[in-house]
Design a protein around this ligand. Sequence first.
Ligand code: ADP
Ligand code: MG
Length: 729
Amino acid sequence: MSVLRFNLVQEAFSHKAVPADIPAKKVSDYYGIHVFHRETMSKYLPGNIYNQLLKDIDSGKALNITMANHLAKAMKIWAMELGVTHYTHWFHPLTDGTAEKHDALIQLEESGRVIEAFNGSLLIQQEPDASSFPSGGIRNTFEARGYSAWDPSSPAFVVDDTLCIPTIFISYTGEALDYKTPLIKAISAVGKAAAETCRFFYPEVKKVNSNLGWEQEFFLVDEALWSARPDLMMCGRTLMGHEAAKNQQLDDHYFGTIPKRVVEFMKELEYEAYKLGIPLKTRHNEVAPNQFELAPIYEETNLAVDHNLLLMDIMNKVAPKHHFKVLLHEKPFDGVNGSGKHCNWSLSTDAGLNVFSPGKTAEGKLMFTVFLVNTLMAVHKHNALLKASVASAGNARRLGLNEAPPAIVSVFLGSQLSDILDKMAESTAEEAIQIDPRGVLRLDVGQIPELMLDNTDRNRTSPFAFTGNRFEFRALGSSANCASAMIVLNTAVAGQLMDFNAALNAKMAAGESKEKAVFSILRQYIRESKPIRFEGNGYSDEWKAEAAKRGLDCENSVPLQYDAYLRPSSIALFEQTEVLNSKELYARNEVKWETYTKKVQIEARVLGDLALNHINPVAIRYQSSLLDNLYKLKSLFSAEEYEELAQAKLQKVRIIEQYTDEIQQLVESMVDARKVANKIEDDREKAIAYHDTVEPFLDEIRQYIDKLELMVDNELWPLPKYRELLFIK
Ligand code: ADP
Ligand code: MG
């Protein structure tokens, strides 16, 4: 092992578990103490103001300045008690992660004295000098006037010495430059449409919430080893590295105990998360070595998205205390599973009724069927769009690899529900829906059971599975903002429910009974959306052929997947639901294409550098030592003996020559391809060029490097190997 690598591994092994720094208290004693939630608000605000404020927030009304001033004053007092000195508008730009610009709470008085100040206008609005955030050309640099505005539906919180105010981020002309703005609109659209749907069955329903429970997968590596891998540091994934002899084939990690050092990291992470009101519930090992998962109790979608972003942030902050680096990339290592972020999604009424739970009554079961079938329709109509919502350069390395859902969106219902729907589609209204002499509704076709628990999770290969009382969208990448998928899913279902509500109202206005009208609409929907239902093995080649025949989107190129956002049906959907307009959709796609290009560009640069400056020189040094040895053999042995002795080594010398030469040439060709692509002005065309002509080099070059890794003297190899990165505890 090279001296450097030896030292690094020694250092990594010397990192012992550091006890998590947590006070000896019950979780309930510190849960949410860093959140300005309602209970805190009620303590710091006069009663009448507090009541008015709740009314305004719940009705989605904009805050007036007097109200905002009261709130800001209360927030300042509360935050300063926690040692806060700064505040920031915390928003979700179109890059991964979050953005914040910290301003001190101080204000200079005329006398030269400094006081702590924070007022309503600072709370409501800020103009971050944010010209460098991606905007897809909506906001040119010279008119860099984007502004952030408070989102009262998610509470302010404190991280370290800073009061963070969750905000939306929009251009001066009102276009969304972030994820939160369209997310809030999508949630509102689906809430409105779904409440209307619910009222056909339960007239008292006022409000429907969208719920999200994410499951965050990630890898941990020792920071000493991480710092010796420029690819991990700059790209978040290894661009080279031969598989370790042992990786996940024994399935021993998934059920194994969590290593002590990791447990201490998790405990501290949970402590920080609990203070911020993130309700983490489960932690466990994942399939690959050093891979883990955290999942919270589900929450209202906007809050759940904030909490996921916040968690990713604190993961990165807590990890170094335990000498770890967190890898959120979708595919940090070849040959072992990648990381995703399952999104468990449901809708529930203000009375707490989950529309995806069939319940006891026939009325409830009929409503359940309505929501189920409308979701099928939404996913069917917009399957390409849903796929585009999870598409990224990183996720493309995971999807479709027999470890993650295929890159084709389909829905798994389980045979029980699937049979019920099929029967319904074939039967008459009289067979399906009966009203008994007392006027009570009965659903006769395929009895829908009260609970579907046996139905859960049977098919891990499905990207969109019904799991008993919710849908689980499993295609999102681990580093992504859940909002991307949640915007599309909630919008698609909102649009679909709007259509359903209109169709049902029209039929009822024409004199049809509600039950019959519902049934005839559903029957048509079940038939129409049939191609999206797939119960079989999503990994099989037959499915790919079958899906194409069914007309499902099978596009594999990420830049082309993004086209789905600009289909007429997608633009119509986003405009019908008022979530995004076409100008915003075009601008956001530019950002997506640009981000894709940049990711591949950076990987290509890093790989080129590593290949030519780290790998080839070492391989050539090893080759020289072989040649040196051959010369010595030649001088000692007879020509005949030498002939025999030298065979294997000569062959090795030739192979190294060939591989290093291939690497040199491939890197040169990759640079040429990049130069050609860089000249392209159009973002879409450029991304396509990067996908088609640059990216293929990454895997090709790596193949030769990985072969060299097996040949070259271990002592010379400059980079920590997979067996070191993946098995350090
Ligand atoms: P599994 O690990 O088998 O997928 P879990 O029971 O751990 O299932 O749940 C995974 C996630 O689903 C958790 O975040 C959980 O809170 C969430 N979840 C459970 N019920 C619902 C629901 N009705 N709506 C949305 N998310 C839900
Ligand atoms: Mg799950």
